[in-house]
Design a protein around this ligand. Structure first.
Ligand SMILES: Nc1ncnc2c1ncn2[C@@H]1O[C@H](COP(=O)(O)OP(=O)(O)OP(=O)(O)O)[C@@H](O)[C@H]1O
Length: 634
């Protein structure tokens, strides 16, 4: 059972296996958590509103990486500050999925070919061939590949700007490209399209005046342009002319940032950039990628093509797609490429090789080194080791075999979400005793009247008998469900975790039953009680914390009276301990309790949750009893 796609973001820094929604469930950690908890370095500070999250991770012995993150964080913070002041319109997160994208172009017939002949097929060329991927809000995806591998074509297709017929599926929050999506998409082309005679300030101001919605005043639009200048570090050259081939103007990096600024003005949810760092020195390139990462961390979906990023740049990407002659050879977490290619027999020629160089070599069919253990098999498989085409073919077929099925399942959301399933079953299983209990008192009116005349209301012996009768079922079925759920999730919980999970679900069942008794006793009308119970359960479910994490303030208090909320908190709480870590980036390990979707829940006081459930367990029954004593059963 998956939650529906949500607008709220409580993203994760590492989400290969996260849900296909914009809200990764805590289940993501169950398969990624480092149970040994030996990892030294930890980060902190994820926020419940990922849109403003700025994770600061201290890293395992990696100075460069640390430097990158500090730089990125600086940008994140400034990006966050500017966003909060200028972008009053909320950002709508976009999850972009593309599956089996293929694009073929017709080539001009060669001289001598008879164009009018119906027998000679028109020459065509497959520019893209079965490219798939998934990018969530908060993620920065880089497309890598040699020149002519199809990066720009794919980027243009994702921006909804590619003419001609594209086969495959491209969806934006599950919908095809639309005019409203177009308004939310920013596209920065490889060549900066700017007026050379305008200054940086004029360029951005005019763009703001022309592109921002009419409801903003002129002053507000100008203010936004000014803020973009600050955010992109263009203050020093704000009055310099942009320049062009015949007019010396600002530097290439500054020009590129002006182009990005033009798109940022409209606060795009989806930002696509074609080679934003081409021709720039590595520091400027790093600054631009850090800005993009900051924009992504602010809740945007950012995709960029790059030619040859340095290893420092590479480490800033969340995901990469690697293309070789239009075919994908890798799509997934940037930090896992070495592991993946190592697993299929390709290792870099020397230690500490830039992963981007390694990937580009592979995409060109150049395998610098092949693992000793795989040599034999490899020689058998390929006729000539230096045959670049064979290497490419092998990489493409390995992708199809190893990556594509998982990616496809992720795109379709067919992944396992054990906590979600447990929560769903606990709620689902709570419905039966709830509605069962509703009938207990209204159906017993005659007996209750009799009891009343004798001066003693009991909680119905009939009810007790039935509860006892139902108990085996109510115990056995949750046990089966919990076992099946863990089994389906591929997890092997400890016996304690398993028993605690079971206990929580049973507790939830009993509280649910108490609510049914109370409603039945208060209303003494099955129809009314059933309706009220359905509405109450729905509200409790929605504010429980699984489906919606950022509940509007005016109804947020409802979670305190929702037993589903406490049940969910405890269910999540028993799966993890305080000193567990998960991999939240390359070489980074974060505390599980700091995972945004978990931190939002606040699992620090589990005993309070148990106490709240106990109060409800007793309270509902007490309420039922009082209602029976005070009520007037006729
Ligand atoms: N409309 C078209 N007609 C003919 N060929 C095309 C067309 N569109 C793309 N191609 C070809 O498809 C291939 C991929 O082009 P694309 O611009 O996507 O590559 P790229 O990976 O972005 O290259 P670069 O890194 O050099 O920008 C190129 O060989 C290009 O010539």
């Amino acid at each position: 059972m998956m939650p529906p796609e949500q607008e709220t973001i409580t993203g994760t820094p590492n989400s290969t296996t996260t849900s296909a929604t914009t809200t990764p469930s805590p289940s993501f950690l169950l398969t990624n958590v480092n149970r040994s908890s030996e990892t030294g370095s930890v980060h902190a500070e994820p926020s419940c509103d990922h849109a403003e999250t700025s994770p600061t991770c201290s890293l395992g012995h990696d100075h460069d990486h640390h430097h990158n993150l500090v730089l990125a964080d600086h940008h994140n913070q400034s990006a966050g500050a500017v966003r909060s002041s200028i972008f009053r319109e909320s950002l709508r997160p976009v999850t972009l999925k593309f599956e089996d994208v293929a694009y073929t172009v017709n080539l001009k017939p060669r001289n001598g070919m008879n164009c009018f002949s119906t027998h000679v097929p028109k020459p065509t060329r497959a520019v893209l061939n079965g490219v798939s991927g998934l990018v969530r809000p908060g993620e920065l995806l880089a497309m890598l590949g040699p020149s002519g591998s199809g990066k720009t074509t794919l980027l243009t297709a994702l921006a909804g700007r590619l003419p001609g017929k594209i086969s495959g599926n491209i969806s934006y929050n599950g919908q095809p490209f639309s005019s409203s999506m177009k308004r939310k998409t920013g596209f920065v082309s490889q060549d900066d399209v700017l007026y050379p005679h305008l200054t940086v300030l004029e360029t951005l101001t005019y763009a703001a005046l022309l592109r921002l919605p009419k409801k903003l005043t002129r002053e507000e639009k100008i203010e936004q342009a000014e803020l973009i200048i600050v955010e992109l570090g263009l203050t020093r050259c704000r009055n310099g002319v942009v320049g062009g081939p015949l007019l010396r103007g600002v530097s290439g990096g500054e020009k590129k940032r002006v182009s990005i600024g033009q798109e940022m003005l409209v606060n795009p949810c989806l930002l696509l950039l074609d080679e934003p760092t081409s021709g720039l020195d590595s520091t400027t390139a790093q600054r631009i990628i850090a800005t993009l990462r900051g924009l992504a961390r602010g809740g945007r979906t950012v995709i960029t093509t790059l030619h040859q990023p340095s290893s420092r740049l590479y480490r800033m990407f969340d995901k990469v797609v690697v293309l070789s002659e239009g075919c994908p050879i890798y799509c997934g977490q940037a930090g896992r490429v070495m592991d993946y290619f190592g697993s299929i027999g390709y290792v870099p020629g020397f230690n500490f090789m830039n992963p981007a160089d390694f990937l580009l070599d592979l995409a060109n069919g150049i395998a610098t080194d092949i693992k000793q253990d795989d040599q034999h098999e490899f020689h058998g498989r390929l006729e000539h080791l230096d045959d670049q085409n064979s290497i490419k073919q092998h990489l493409v077929s390995s992708y199809k075999k190893n990556i594509y099925p998982t990616l496809k399942a992720e795109i379709h959301g067919n992944h396992k979400d054990p906590i979600g399933l447990l929560f769903f079953f606990s709620i689902f299983w709570g419905f039966f005793p709830l509605f069962n209990a509703i009938f207990a008192f209204p159906q017993e009116r005659p007996m209750l009247i009799k009891e009343r005349s004798s001066g003693m209301y009991r909680l119905s012996s009939y009810y007790f008998a039935r509860m006892a009768g139902d108990l085996p079922m109510e115990l056995v079925l949750p046990t089966v469900f919990v076992t099946v759920t863990y089994w389906m999730g591929g997890l092997k919980p400890s016996l304690i975790t398993f028993l605690l999970t079971l206990l929580i679900i049973l507790f939830n069942v009993l509280v649910s039953q108490g609510l049914g008794l109370a409603l039945g006793a208060i209303l003494m009308d099955v129809k009314q009680a059933t309706t009220l119970a359905s509405v109450t359960m729905l509200v409790f479910l929605l504010v429980g914390g699984y489906y919606i994490q950022k509940i509007p303030a005016f109804i947020a208090w409802l979670k305190y009276i929702s037993f589903s909320h406490y049940c969910y908190k405890l269910l999540v709480g028993v799966q993890y301990t305080d000193n567990e870590f998960y991999e939240c980036g390359i070489g980074m390990h974060c505390r599980v309790m700091d995972f945004p979707a978990i931190k939002c829940l606040g699992l620090d006081n589990k005993w309070w949750d148990v106490a709240a459930l106990t109060v409800m367990f007793v309270g509902y029954r007490l309420l039922a009893y009082v209602a029976l004593r005070m009520g007037q059963p006729q």
